[in-house]
Design a protein around this ligand. Sequence first.
Ligand code: CA
Ligand code: CA
Ligand code: CA
Length: 208
Amino acid sequence: MFDPDGNSIGSGCSLASTNQITASLPKDGTYIIVAFESGNDELVEYNINLECLSSSCADPIDRLAVDFGASRGLWDYDHMGWDKLTSWDPEDLVGCREFLVADFGTGRGIWRHLGSWAKLTNWDPEQMIAWNGKLAADFGANGLWTYDCTAGGWSKLSSWDSSHMAAWRHRLVADFSPPKGIWLYDGTSWTRLTGWDSQDMEGVTLIP
Ligand SMILES: [Ca+2]
Ligand SMILES: [Ca+2]
Ligand SMILES: [Ca+2]
């Protein structure tokens, strides 16, 4: 299988059923997102801002998910109107690949939604963020784990309890508080950036 420039991207890819984002690949120092149009084998690509780089692209799935609290539950709005997704009250919401992921707190854990709900774990995260096609979740004393939103399955990245996480392109940054400090995970290994304590951090990519 090849990308639009004729570069081999290996044989491990499978066609998605419909307008599904299937892979993100490094290209020219930046990340692109590769997707297959529905109904044919055309390979299309988007940049990191989901702008189309091919002659035509499927529309990214675009949803506004709104937490209306314990009395009204979780709804989404998709330009056409409102849909009630559940009467449960989420503590946090994250988009991961084509899934909406919700933390429903103690006793309910993390679920993902695409047409219907599927439970990812009973554990209640203290924080979760989308990172590199995965969900990164801070489970406190149970450590920092990721869920692969394409292939499924959890992986433990650290047994430490993070106080804050940020996604910075393909890198994951976690503040484990002094004396451990802030560490950067590049997908393979951890590197310590500083022992200083942060109040907030944000991975920013500036597009000139
Ligand atoms: Ca809530
Ligand atoms: Ca929680
Ligand atoms: Ca924590």
